[in-house]
Design a protein around this ligand. Structure first.
Ligand SMILES: [Zn+2]
Length: 141
């Protein structure tokens, strides 16, 4: 299979539960046991209070489109998703924001709206790596 995207290599220990969850079609997020706030990306210290007491939980997979841009060409040769594509900053229901792609909608700035509700879709890349992409919640409108 020809890969369309550069994949993480190696997977760091602090991100392992994230990638394991995605393999099972679960979006897992780290949360601080001290201040109870979720965060992303995975790391060993809470970015809010610097506590090192981290747990993982399954996120709803729902959120909203915080911002986006439409890519008409790729500057990274390893990124072979056919342009145009939508690069999206997703604000998850649980608070953290993650960079992803918005799929299931025409890459047309007239159709895509900031704050539109989105939901996760899982796109398997290899046996090890599945990526979370997002689509308009309840189908395109
Ligand atoms: Zn904290």
């Amino acid at each position: 299979m020809d890969l369309e995207r550069p994949l993480p290599q190696p997977i760091t220990p602090e991100a392992k539960p994230y990638w394991e969850g995605l393999r099972e079609q679960k979006l897992m997020l780290p949360r601080c046991r001290a201040c109870r706030r979720a965060f992303f990306y995975p790391r060993v210290l809470c970015p809010h209070c610097h506590a090192a007491d981290i747990e993982w939980f399954q996120a709803s997979g729902r959120g909203k489109l915080h911002s986006f841009e439409i890519g008409y060409q790729s500057f990274n040769k390893a990124f072979k998703v056919k342009p145009p594509f939508v690069l999206a900053m997703i604000e998850l229901e649980e608070g953290p924001r993650m960079m992803s792609n918005l799929v299931g909608i025409e890459p047309d700035p007239k159709k895509i709206r900031c704050d539109m509700p989105v939901e996760v879709v899982f796109e398997k890349q290899t046996d090890e790596i599945t990526l979370p992409l997002f689509r308009p919640a309840g189908g395109a409108r």
